[in-house]
Ligand binder design. Structure first.
Ligand SMILES: [Zn+2]
Length: 389
């Protein structure tokens, strides 16, 4: 029985003017496409603007350059010049940007020259593996040698994209997926450790990316906008299998420091805590996950408080980036992160976009105390990267 029939069955005596009006309204119900629904919060909450961070910032996770992927090194692309970045950095109190995706060899050299050498301590450059050679018989040695070469050129760390685990296959682009803990990379992990180059590693993705893209998926809109971000079905491992393979690597290479990006790619803080407890060489950074941390502010606060020496600030910033508003490198991006970490503001947007891009929820500030802010903004990354703090 629908609402109108119910009201009718209650008889005319029960039909107060209010009820008849609502029965009529039910008849005239309209359909509103989800993408047009942009509700404005009617809460009268505190709005604190934080134009500069409480302490100088090392942004552990940025992409000023891109240097190819699976198929070969390609040409390095600069999304912005060092000078363009510096204007935002100076306004927002960002001391250092860590540029993760600089490739290797000649590409890496360009990134080092134009960023790190031109502006020491303002930019730090990481290297990346030569994925296109991963099927070569002598890859283990080639890759370890490339790490030595990158170190010689001045690279301060190694970046692993989720290419490893989700895209790289036995014949690079075809065949079965190569596991994160495949032994052919052991020499690479060891080389990075021997040169004190931390490994910034992104494996896996939000849990919803591994689930059917249906009406129960909390990231339906995000996955509908980016269908290629879904790793549901086909021959993809589960989120947990990827995580466990990465744990095998951390376990096998205890002298190598791993920074698991995006809060270890997990919304499950209990699981991440268990990993941090088991692997003393594991650290996390928070880029593009304040939407997750900020909708569970009490658990997030406890997590950061407990692991305050191993959590780092990062944004995943891309200068000029377009279809991911949560990553565009500009003043607004940083102000949201600072507001989240420093204030007790409630129920605000985690990204500068009319519709929350990762899911329809809002976040709550953590109001972290100054000693913890100093560690996550600056000191933890400085220690790992051998920079002054
Ligand atoms: Zn990134």
């Amino acid at each position: 029985m629908n609402r109108r029939d119910l009201l009718l069955s209650m008889g005319a005596a029960a039909m107060t003017p209010e009820l008849t009006a609502s029965a009529r309204a039910a008849d005239q119900k309209q359909v509103l496409p989800l993408e047009q629904f942009q509700p404005r919060s009617m809460l009268h909450t505190q709005e604190t603007r934080v134009p500069r961070s409480a302490f100088p910032v090392i942004d552990m996770h940025t992409h000023i350059t891109h240097a190819g992927g699976l198929e070969g090194p390609g040409e390095i692309r600069f999304a912005a010049s060092a000078e363009e970045c510096l204007t935002v950095m100076d306004r927002k109190n960002i001391r250092t940007m860590v540029n993760l995706t600089s490739g290797y060899g000649a590409n890496l050299q360009q990134a080092i020259d134009k960023l790190q050498t031109a502006y020491p301590e303002r930019f730090i450059v990481f290297t990346e593996p030569a994925w296109s050679r991963a099927a070569d018989a002598d890859y283990s040695k080639v890759q370890a040698d490339l790490i030595a070469d990158a170190h010689q050129r001045g690279a301060k760390g190694l970046k692993i994209l989720k290419i490893l685990g989700l895209y790289l296959r036995e014949n690079v682009t075809t065949g079965t997926l190569v596991r994160i803990d495949d032994p052919r990379f052991d020499a690479m992990w060891e080389a990075a450790g021997s040169f004190n180059m931390p490994v910034a590693i992104h494996s896996s993705d939000p849990e919803a990316f591994f689930l059917p893209v249906d009406r129960f998926n909390e990231r339906w809109e995000e996955l509908n906008a980016h269908p290629d971000w879904s790793f549901y079905g086909r021959d993809f491992p589960t989120n947990r299998e990827l995580q466990e393979a990465r744990r095998n690597v951390m376990r096998r290479h205890p002298r190598t420091q791993f920074v698991c990006l995006h809060v270890a790619d997990s919304e499950d803080l209990q699981y991440v805590s268990e990993c941090l407890d088991t692997h003393p060489n594991m650290h996390v950074e928070m880029a593009a996950r304040i939407g997750e941390l900020g909708r569970q502010p009490r658990a997030a606060y406890q997590f950061i408080e407990r692991y305050q020496d191993r959590v780092m600030f990062g944004t995943d910033a891309v200068p000029g980036g377009k279809d991911t508003p949560q990553q565009v490198f500009n003043d607004r991006l940083y102000e949201i992160y600072y507001r989240f970490l420093e204030t007790n503001d409630e129920y605000f947007d985690y990204a500068p976009a009319p519709i929350p891009p990762q899911g329809r929820w809002r976040i709550y500030g953590l109001g972290l105390p100054e000693p913890i802010l100093r560690k996550i903004y600056l000191e933890n990354a400085a220690r790992l990267l051998n920079l002054s703090a």
